[in-house]
Design a protein around this ligand. Structure first.
Ligand code: C5P
Length: 390
């Protein structure tokens, strides 16, 4: 966990945060304050008697301007102490002295699996939640002690995501969002198939941004090598027909459908059940194609979408004339919003530029990371939804 804390500090600084590191004496046994000072580019505090503070009140001075406090790692002992409001070192003193209404407290537990499972720890965490702390989850796997189980601190990246999600405005609170993402794979025989270069990154970023905005998100994913965003329910599919069935079943309960998947237009008619063998001198096999269902157009034509209860968003990857193609596609698919992008510039990349096309015109979202664009898109989307009926 101490390695991860150092990595997290670096990642947060890289994202533009000002990180003030405060360490307990126990923490300083694992990582030196010098390391954390170098990573955060700020002096590190360990003692409540730090003479660098003119009034000698580091616990007050350091907590008045923070946007949040994150204790990572939060040991079982430290949480037990917090629970009682004890304040016998600088960090616990700061947790108690912080203005609770403006400085939220997040805890990233890290401990051995038995300590994690112990009723005292679980009870303490429940109480800390009641007292207003946000207790983050833990990972599962190899522990420093050699045992295997729950209680590993979340990875630095997961913690950074948790913080971002914590700060994300909850503009989709209570909404059910369905996203499809990635390519589909259309089998020719058991070992060969036809697919496309979609990486799924944009769709996964949208699923994550929607979850961060408070939505309940289901992500129907074609074959991609991407981790499931935290808090998102994922359904893996292979072919367009699988995706079609999964999306239609889920769309019946959704408030929003974002069709970010690059669904194959055609599938091979009568895929071979055994591997097609190459025979010397024989002609290559001829493939016949059938058209796949248009998932988006079909969902957009359902009663739920027509009544306005389901808001459908289409995607268009074009190689030229983006605006004209996107407008035509919006009309053809009969969706209120169509998101266009230039495809040689987007597949597999971590950044993108989007064009939002609706009945009134268009708006450009200039090149940015897909994570950033996803957040902007979710924000835009939230403004388009009818107010939620209680
Ligand atoms: O017609 P085109 O494939 O360019 O349209 C792209 C949009 O339509 C995307 O939102 C994509 O997810 C959706 N689509 C679909 N089913 C298909 C083909 C495309 O849902 N068979």
């Amino acid at each position: 966990a101490c390695y991860k804390a150092a990595e997290l500090c670096r990642a947060l600084v890289k994202e533009g945060a000002t990180v003030q590191v405060v360490m307990t004496e126990a923490a300083a046994q694992f990582v030196t304050p010098v390391t954390m000072q170098a990573l955060s580019n700020q002096p590190v505090y360990v003692s409540q008697w730090d003479p660098r503070e003119p009034n000698n009140m580091a616990h007050i001075n350091l907590t008045r301007h923070a946007h949040a406090m994150l204790v990572a790692p939060a040991s079982a002992d430290f949480m037990a102490k917090l629970l009682h409001g004890r304040a016998d070192d600088l960090l616990s003193l700061m947790c108690l002295a912080r203005p609770v209404d403006t400085v939220p407290l997040l805890l990233a537990p890290a401990m051995n699996k038995e300590m994690w499972a112990h009723p005292a720890t679980q009870r303490n965490m429940a109480q800390l939640r009641q007292d207003g702390a946000k207790v983050l989850g833990v990972g599962q796997g190899d522990q420093a002690c050699g045992e295997v189980g729950d209680g590993r601190m979340l990875e630095a990246d997961e913690l950074r995501h948790s913080l971002e999600a914590f700060f994300a405005p909850k503009v989709l609170q209570g909404r059910r969002v369905l996203v499809n993402a990635g390519p589909t794979y259309e089998a020719i025989d058991p070992v060969r198939g036809i697919t496309n270069r979609s990486s799924g990154k944009m769709g996964f970023a949208i699923a994550r941004a929607a979850a961060d905005a408070g939505a309940m998100v289901t992500l129907v994913a074609g074959p991609v090598a991407l981790p499931t965003p935290h808090g998102v329910q994922r359904i893996d599919v292979i072919s367009a027909q699988h995706m079609h069935a999964a999306v239609l079943a889920q769309a019946a309960h959704a408030d929003v459908f974002v069709a970010a998947a690059a669904v194959a237009d055609w599938r091979v008619d009568l895929a071979a059940s055994q591997k097609i063998k190459k025979e010397a001198g024989a002609a290559p096999p001829a493939l016949r194609f059938l058209e796949n269902p248009d998932i988006l157009a079909e969902v957009a034509a359902t009663a739920r979408a027509l009544s306005g209860a389901l808001f459908c968003v289409g995607f268009a990857a074009e190689s030229e004339n983006l605006l004209a193609h996107a407008q035509a596609k919006r009309a053809r698919k009969n969706v209120p919003l169509l998101v266009g992008n230039i495809d040689p510039d987007t597949f597999g990349q971590d950044d993108n530029a989007l064009l939002l096309v609706d009945e009134h015109g268009y708006r450009e979202l200039p090149r940015a990371s897909k994570a950033d664009l996803a957040r902007q898109l979710i924000h835009d989307l939230a403004t388009r939804l009818a107010p939620k009926t209680p």
